[in-house]
Design a protein around this ligand. Sequence first.
Ligand SMILES: NC(=O)c1ccc[n+]([C@@H]2O[C@H](COP(=O)([O-])OP(=O)(O)OC[C@H]3O[C@@H](n4cnc5c(N)ncnc54)[C@H](OP(=O)(O)O)[C@@H]3O)[C@@H](O)[C@H]2O)c1
Length: 249
Amino acid sequence: MGKLAGKVVVITGANSGIGLASAKRFAAEGARVFMTGRRARELEDAVNAVGHNAVGIPSDISNMQDLDTLFAQVKREAGQIDVLFANAGGGDFATLTDITEAHYDRIFSTNVKGTLFTVQKALPLLKDGASIILTGSTSATTGVPAFSVYSASKAAIRNFARSWILELAPRKIRVNVLVPGATSTPGWHGLASDQEFNQEMIRAVEATTPLGRLADPAEVAAAALFLASDDSSYVNGSELFVDGGAAQI
Ligand SMILES: NC(=O)c1ccc[n+]([C@@H]2O[C@H](COP(=O)([O-])OP(=O)(O)OC[C@H]3O[C@@H](n4cnc5c(N)ncnc54)[C@H](OP(=O)(O)O)[C@@H]3O)[C@@H](O)[C@H]2O)c1
């Protein structure tokens, strides 16, 4: 029996990176996985890569209509949700001088507004005792030059969890923040404008992380599995750092 046998899981941002690695791991542990992302073609490929027990629903978490459509389909097909992994997110670099309104809106619409309404709109379907996992970032607690809007958006996630565990206590719903450090995903590598900058970013991570390397998405998925499963039944409101020690020193 897998750790998520018979469980219904929704993972946003599951056509790439950490979300896709988690979909694969959760399905291997027996879950029925609903996967989302805006790019339909990539989502179809991701669903095929998971291989079984997976459904793809193209949707944008910053779009209220898309969220309604997503959860209406989950309701029709599964009736309820045991695990919600609100993972979709992203960002890009801009110095304080260069930040534009569009940069701010793009990042906050997905990472803050999108995460908030993903959770709100899932509430009627979440079973009592369900697990909600939000994806934070080590940058929520450390300073990162030219990354302040993204980092501030992830700092908001940290407080969402702390506030929501109080509001969801009567339903025994747990909310935890998964905090990846630099993880080798298309999103992370895509932060670099060219190959040379990418190599520079990799060298910087290797030099500043006690484990001396980036995380593999499967290592972050393993921590997500812990938060999703009953193994973490008394873990609530926590931040689980999966950062090779980078933000602990
Ligand atoms: N990789 C790291 O080093 C790292 C570190 C700390 C935190 N994180 C966080 O981990 C999460 C996953 O990132 P990743 O590294 O796996 O990056 P990734 O490979 O770029 O994956 C991001 C996923 O989010 C989806 N997404 C983005 N905006 C969306 C929106 N508005 N609506 C729905 N889906 C959306 C993307 O699909 P579409 O583009 O098709 O929508 C994709 O599936 C993010 O929240 C990220 O901030 C990553």
